[in-house]
Design a protein around this ligand. Structure first.
Ligand SMILES: Cc1ncc(COP(=O)(O)O)c(C=O)c1O
Length: 375
């Protein structure tokens, strides 16, 4: 659900994020264009090394988008037809699309209403004899409870693939999102904390074997140096070299951008503290969230969001319909099967948040919310 780019205060400000790298982006195009360096080039390799180092991972493989990143991570792990993969109904639909695209069967387990992420107890109940993998989603930029999830998965012999598409830089102790499981999948969709000027994605992993398999899958199953031998059934899933050049410029600013997001979130917490709403959970102990979104919960949500929008606030809902209630995915559950996800979907509102949001804009959003809740 879009936050209305025509709003006075937009949900995201992708234009401002572009402006910060505009000169460098023009230079990159001028440098790469005449050389025709558009596919599998040096900038992609450099970006992979830089993003791996930034995440604290051994390897990174640049891909076309986050959905493909999840899919290829599963495929490289050998997950496919006959296997089940557990994730939550409170996520973007891409998480289950990727499972199905790998040929496996998605199985849903409810979220913990406080963390809004996969509930370890629900995960345990969802495991079965053919569970091959689990995809915890670090939703809204807050790390899922990885210690409990990892212990359960180790015990069950299930691989962990993290959906870190909203969580570039989120941290638990000294480990960043994407580095807890066998692989972590990232999206570089323009609104993400690290956003390309178009689509992009990547996996990070500690395994050289897994990285090599994903490299092969992204390029028609080619065998390293030999582009004419196809070892696997792959496809066209590469990160563009030009997008990688843009992402390298954005990556230089990512720590500062995430600090800006955290400062904005602190500003909202201060201003909203006395209102009748539920704030997002605080940072997990020893960890840090990166506020891809700032999501509050309110009663009478539809009226409140309508009033915010009428006041020019680009508020949105992530996501209004849990996966099992989406027309395409009704086979994954019936109404009432995942009550915590269903309840959240009826109560949540994402407020405008981006690195360059001003104190004045935060004041105006908070005031509009105060008025809406009073009405
Ligand atoms: C939680 C989550 N998973 C997966 C994706 C898929 O990423 P992409 O849009 O790059 O395919 C997204 C972003 O859109 C996301 O937010």
């Amino acid at each position: 659900v879009s936050g209305g780019s025509g709003s006075d205060i937009p949900l995201f400000d992708v234009g401002a994020s572009y402006a910060a790298i505009a000169d460098g982006a023009q230079e990159a195009l001028a440098r790469l264009g005449p050389r025709g360096a558009f596919s599998l080039g040096e900038d992609m390799e450099r970006f992979e090394a830089e993003f791996a180092a930034w995440c604290g991972a051994e390897h990174c493989v640049g891909l076309s988008d986050g959905t493909v990143a999840l899919q290829l991570a599963l495929e490289a792990l050998g997950v496919g037809p006959g296997d089940e993969v557990v994730t939550t109904p409170n996520t973007f639909v891409a998480t289950v699309e990727a499972i199905a695209a790998a040929g496996a069967t998605p199985v849903l387990a409810d979220v913990d209403p406080e963390s809004r992420c996969l509930d370890p107890a629900a995960l345990e109940a969802a495991l079965g004899p053919v569970t091959a993998a689990v995809i915890p989603v670090h939703l809204y930029g807050r790390p899922a409870p990885m210690q409990a999830i990892s212990e359960i998965c180790t015990e069950a012999g299930a691989a962990v693939v993290e959906d870190a598409c909203q969580a570039h830089g989120a941290r638990l102790d000294d480990k960043r999102a994407g580095t807890f499981g066998a692989a972590g999948a990232f999206s570089f969709y323009p609104t993400k904390n690290l956003g390309a000027l178009g689509d992009g994605g990547a996996i990070v992993t500690g395994s050289g074997t897994l990285a090599a398999a994903v490299r092969s899958l992204r390029h028609h199953g080619a065998d390293g140096g030999d582009a004419n031998t196809h070892l696997r059934r792959g496809g066209t899933h590469r990160l563009d070299n030009l997008q990688a050049a843009f992402l390298r410029l954005k990556l230089e600013r990512l720590d500062e951008d995430n600090r800006g997001r955290r400062a904005a979130a602190a500003g909202y917490r201060e201003r909203l503290a006395d209102l009748p709403l539920t704030l997002p959970p605080e940072d997990p102990p020893g960890g840090e969230q990166v506020y891809h979104l700032f999501v509050v919960e309110v009663d009478d949500r539809d009226r409140v969001i309508a009033e915010l929008r009428a006041a020019g606030i680009g508020a949105a809902i992530h996501y209004p319909t849990p996966i099992h209630l989406q027309p395409a995915w009704t086979q994954l559950g019936a109404p009432g099967d995942f009550p915590d996800s269903e309840r959240l979907a009826q109560r949540i509102i994402s407020l405008p948040l981006f690195p360059t949001i001003t104190e004045d804009q935060i004041d105006r959003v908070a005031e509009a919310l105060r008025d809406a809740l009073a009405g």
